[in-house]
Design a binder for this molecule. Structure first.
Ligand code: TYC
Length: 113
């Protein structure tokens, strides 16, 4: 069977409802799902520690890290990055482990975008 691309003169009864010709189904390229990594506020973790975490694990410069830390402090949480599942999982584990080792209650989680 042969196909051609649809044209403006083809009969249609609405978007995607061509009634007169066969069109090749669009080959859908599947993109992997993305995950937001969130940092949560608490009353005890020092601000400088949070800034250090953001520089160390998220590759932010000092000004960017300070800004995100302040957003978390004021709003309760902030998205610190968007990654593939595996990268997000690794970042969360790194932050949680580093915070625990320094005896700070800092919490980091991920959620599907
Ligand atoms: N609220 C903390 C303080 O006043 C600072 C802080 C910021 C803690 C961001 C956690 O994710 C956080 N020391």
């Amino acid at each position: 069977m042969s196909f051609r691309e649809p044209t403006m003169s083809d009969k249609t009864d609405g978007p995607g409802h061509d009634t007169s010709i066969l069109t090749r189904p669009k080959a859908k390229t599947q993109r992997p799902p993305l995950y937001k990594v969130l940092l949560l506020n608490d009353d005890y973790t020092p601000m400088e520690f949070v800034v250090h975490v953001l520089e160390r694990f998220f590759g932010l410069n000092h000004a960017q890290a300070f800004e995100i830390m302040l957003t978390v402090h004021k709003k309760g949480l902030a998205v610190v990055g968007v990654f593939s599942f595996e990268v997000a999982e690794t970042k969360v584990a790194q932050v949680m482990d580093f915070s625990r080792r320094h005896q700070h209650p800092l919490q980091c989680t991920m959620e599907k975008e």
